[in-house]
Design a binder for this molecule. Structure first.
Ligand SMILES: *Cc1c(COP(=O)(O)O)cnc(C)c1O
Length: 388
């Protein structure tokens, strides 16, 4: 090996991570492992560890109890006919699009859809017709827009083969009336895929209750799992297509390339599941806490965007005040990041001041009080410096 490489490798031998005491990163709040999952991660960390007793189908492995998890527990949890493990929400969306739609078709998606919805569609050769949001300050999606978007594409001669609703979206944390969207899509003869990357594992989601035909979730985002892992559920008529078996390799599901998560990630999801089930039952407490936090920041002049009162822990804030301070701060637009870090708080993207996202999920109220005080101090200090 050339010394130009080997001389750089020492740092790889000890991989450390630095996170502050209080982490507000929406991406990370719901993916923090339980003690049980952390132990499972070590126990099952070797490659292909899940396959010791596999007889050809990952979802039928009985030791560890994958079959029970995938075929009994998860379908009850999501209230849906069939469930499979994927590598993430995006892989679930892609599998559904690739199997249910034909290249050249249109899908309809909400204007707040995640970029992975767009990439999944592009990879499957599909075009997207959007239901636009209402704009500032709430950015809501009107379910009736789905009818217009479906009809517009159909009027132009395109086949609309799927609708996607992001529930909630990853920017504002808005929860659209999914039941109503499903009703409209079904009246127009289009199946609905519910993207629950930020809901499944945090709040109760019943596919049957919402009448969603397909649902996807993200394990590393909302199910206390070490990724990449997700779940994909479908009503039987769609499951038969999405999870169809290979013509030549019987027992292998084509869309999943036979097996998906075949290691520690799956075991962390299973090990965390009792906790996930329990926390979903306490969702209302999280909503109340988010609303309280939002009102505290608003008192400081930091305005929450998106639905109000809010129904989710993911929130988007705007602050002209912090932006003004950043213009003269020594560290410029990085000042907020550093000021928070000095106070043991991380998770707001470095460089952002005027608008940013954060999550209060599973953060104790005392810690959130510290966050509020930190913002108050930072604003007061910045205002003082500017006045001088
Ligand atoms: C994070 C996120 C995704 C992607 O989830 P993966 O499991 O990493 O693929 C998709 N949609 C939304 C709304 C998200 O917030």
């Amino acid at each position: 090996m050339p010394s130009s490489i080997t001389s750089k490798l020492d740092k790889f031998r000890c991989m450390k991570r630095s996170v502050s005491e209080i982490n507000l990163d929406p991406l990370q709040r719901g993916g923090i492992l339980t003690r049980e999952a952390r132990a499972a991660l070590v126990e099952w960390g070797d490659g292909y560890s899940v396959c010791d007793f596999c007889e050809g189908m990952l979802d039928r492995v009985r030791n560890p109890p994958v079959e029970e998890f995938v075929h009994e527990i998860l379908p009850q949890f999501l209230d849906v006919d069939e469930v499979r493990i994927t590598h993430g929400a995006r892989e679930g969306m892609y599998a559904a699009m690739h199997s249910l739609c034909d290249a050249g078709d249109y899908i309809v998606a909400d204007g707040n859809a995640h970029y992975t919805t767009v990439l999944a569609a592009e990879r499957a050769g599909l075009e997207i017709s959007y239901v636009e949001n209402s704009g500032e300050p709430e950015y809501t999606i009107n379910p009736e827009g789905y009818r217009d978007a479906i009809r517009d594409a159909a009027d132009q001669g395109y086949r609309v083969s799927l609708a996607v609703l992001t529930y909630p979206d990853g920017n504002y944390g808005n929860l659209v009336d999914a039941r109503r969207v499903a009703e409209i899509c079904h009246e127009e003869g289009v199946p609905l895929l519910l993207n629950g990357a930020y809901s499944i594992g945090r709040m109760p989601v019943s596919a049957r209750g919402l009448d969603a035909d397909i649902v996807v979730g993200s394990g590393h985002k909302s199910m206390a799992s070490s990724g990449p892992i997700g779940i994909l559920g479908a009503k039987q008529e769609y499951a038969d297509i999405i999870f169809r078996r290979s013509k030549s390799k019987k027992n292998k599901e084509v869309e999943l390339l036979g097996c998906t998560v075949r290691g520690a990630g799956l075991l962390t999801m299973m090990a965390s599941f009792p906790h996930v089930l329990e926390r979903v039952g306490r969702w209302q407490e999280e909503v109340d806490k988010a609303r309280w936090f939002s009102s505290q920041l608003e008192e400081l002049g930091i305005e929450q965007q998106g639905e109000k009162p809010h129904n989710h822990d993911l929130m988007f804030f705007k602050s002209e005040r912090l932006y003004e301070i950043s213009k003269t701060a020594r560290k410029g637009r990085y000042f907020l990041y550093h000021e928070l870090k000095d106070r043991g708080i991380c998770g707001i993207k470095p460089g952002l001041t005027r608008q940013f996202k954060l999550s209060t999920y599973l953060i104790p109220r005392e810690d959130l009080e510290r966050v509020v005080s930190a913002f108050q101090e930072i604003i007061e200090m910045g205002s003082r410096v500017q006045a001088e």
